[in-house]
Design a protein around this ligand. Structure first.
Ligand SMILES: [Fe+2]
Length: 292
């Protein structure tokens, strides 16, 4: 394929200083996955014991903390393991936010940590009960039914802390994907969106933008022909490496791997230097009208 979405960058510490001439932000906003093969999230003494799938609650895929509410979720373990897991997650959050600040100084003061998770279970073997909608081995952009973003971007930092590669499929550019599915998306229904918000089904009203994003997520995952035939590449993120992308823009599917850390950051659309490349602008262009 001509489109090469994975761009290696040669940094080896979590506090990189801004580099003259580095166009990391432009590549990121253009839909690249920035891959840091020489950057690792180091475990502290005693944390190796957490490299064990049984720490995870059977019903959840991650152990996680959230920026907007206290607590440790997704595990039923007791102290002192809870404290240890929490410390590991908080350290990853701090290092990831430092990394984003160093790589993308243009986002300073606007970017916010949203949540941090650890996935101790192997990826790529979905339980039989898992619906296709939750099957992350299918190519998709991130969009969540209960959590409309209203244009806020989803930026994610991933670290492979296991001993096997984490294998992703990365799909075609956002605009190509959106063009492929656009005509199958029904018109948004603002009254339903308001009602869903009032009933507490969504955290805030689902905008037309969120409506389109959710349909793109679902239509792509449901379309096995698209999953098989669309332009894509398979890439193995090495053990002890880190990668970063806008997961609401990059078509991705996690095929295999075990033991991954993930930091989610939210970024207002106003912080983007190249807003015309963002899903909102692409969809507004294709739909021919404002979606927020
Ligand atoms: Fe995803």
């Amino acid at each position: 394929m001509t489109h090469s979405p994975i761009i290696p960058i040669d940094i080896d510490n979590w506090q990189p200083s801004p580099r003259t001439g580095a166009n990391w932000q432009e590549m990121l906003e253009g839909g690249a996955v920035l891959y840091c093969p020489a950057l690792r999230f180091g475990l502290e003494k005693g944390e190796e014991r957490f490299l064990d799938a049984s720490f995870s609650d059977a019903r959840r895929k991650s152990i996680y903390i959230r920026a907007d509410r206290p607590g440790l979720f997704g595990t039923e373990v007791a102290e002192p393991e809870r404290r240890g897991l929490r410390a590991m997650l908080e350290r990853f959050e701090a290092q990831s936010m430092g990394l984003l600040a160093g790589l993308f100084p243009g986002y300073s003061g606007l970017i916010r940590a949203a949540g941090t998770s650890y996935r101790p279970r192997p990826t790529g073997r979905p339980e039989a009960a898992l619906s296709w909608r939750k099957d992350d081995t299918r190519l998709h952009v991130d969009a969540f039914p209960s959590n409309p973003t209203q244009g806020m971007r989803i930026l994610r930092v991933f670290a492979n802390i296991g001993t096997v590669p984490r294998v992703w499929r990365v799909g075609e550019p956002f605009e190509q994907m959106a063009r492929h599915f656009l005509e199958r998306i029904p018109e948004p229904r603002p009254l339903v969106a308001q009602l869903s918000h009032r009933l507490g089904i969504t955290k805030r009203p689902r905008s037309a933008y969120d409506h389109y994003m959710l349909y793109l997520h679902d239509l792509a995952k449901a379309d096995l022909g698209y999953q098989r035939d669309s332009s894509q590449l398979t890439f193995a993120f090495a053990p002890d490496s880190v990668w970063i992308c806008f997961s609401d823009q990059v078509m991705h599917a996690a095929m295999s791997g075990q033991f991954m850390m993930e930091q989610t950051a939210h970024l207002p659309a106003a912080a983007l230097a190249f807003p015309a490349q963002a899903p909102l602008a692409v969809l507004e262009r294709l739909a021919g009208r404002p979606l927020l």
